[in-house]
Design a binder for this molecule. Sequence first.
Ligand SMILES: Cc1ncc(COP(=O)(O)O)c(C=O)c1O
Length: 366
Amino acid sequence: MTTPRIFNFSAGPAVLPEEVLVEARDNLLSLGSSGIGILECSHRSKDFEAIIGEAESNLRELLGIPTGYRVLFLSGGATTQFSMVPMNLLGPGTVGDYVLTGEWSKKALVEAKRVGETHVAATTEPEQFRRIPRNDELHCSDRSAYVHTTSNNTIWGTEWHHEPDAAGRPIVCDMSSDFLSRPVDVARYGLIYAGAQKNAGPAGVTIVILRDDLLRLDQAAQDKLPIMLNYRTYIEHKSLYNTPPVFPIYILHLVLRWLRRFGGLSAMAEHNRQKAQLIYDVIDGVSGFYRGHASRDSRSLMNVTFRLPTEALEEQFAKEAKAAGMDGLKGHRSVGGIRASIYNAFPLAGAQALAHFMRNFATRNG
Ligand SMILES: Cc1ncc(COP(=O)(O)O)c(C=O)c1O
């Protein structure tokens, strides 16, 4: 008998579609009729070639990626992109602009500073990152090579609900925590990157979508880059210079098929909106007990963050929720409170269960 699954509100690695897990389980011993399990399959095999090829074409279709963009599958997590972006895009005399909307964008800036010149184009840190800046608040450098943004701030629970506009400068976006959760106008971005472990698959693969003309470093500068930190390596070898994360790419490919069956990104966006609404309605409706962290216009549909009247009540909330079959609700260690992460594969029934539990908890403890 298998252990029953519970509602997993983890911020990442996060819940995956059950049908994907079942299919992966079945393919552990033999991928199709090959007699070789997916964990044992060569990255140079025809089977894997088909998997990575289909993953790329489904990604292109789901996101409507225009021609002129490369799709790369890397390892090293989104954190490696904090370094690869400036190493590959910041030429001499140019500046990396950073929009600071949370801890991850601050970390991206720290890494860029190690590589070259940087500038903070906007920050909402003085407001405890409660909101996303408006486009008219972005003040970018004249010598900007790119403007770095973070579309969803996993820790604080805020999300961009408008596309950033940097007056023609290339926008680089860390989409790790809302990748594939809604349609995106890819043509507005120079480079998009995302660690897979929230919406797209397990930890281990990072997706990079890169506009061809963005790599402007001269040959000598390029040659100095370590081979594994050079986007051209992945472009020239179709992400197969060395052994890629085979299993995470396989799961990503199953998740992309699942997303297509779901109806694509518009259907997924509606599903995500419904789930988030259920929880925000309780935050707004039970007056004074729950305090949402994000300003209303910047609320994340992926990570709902809120506080209770005391830390002791927050502890009790997380403990009782766990006993009721809802785990992973404790806020990030740096900010505390409660965080409900409700990515694509998180079911509507789980959001309903949490909303019900929240009402009940407030009645008992308010
Ligand atoms: C928005 C964002 N960027 C970057 C990261 C870091 O990702 P990784 O652990 O894949 O390096 C995270 C991880 O949670 C994240 O949420």
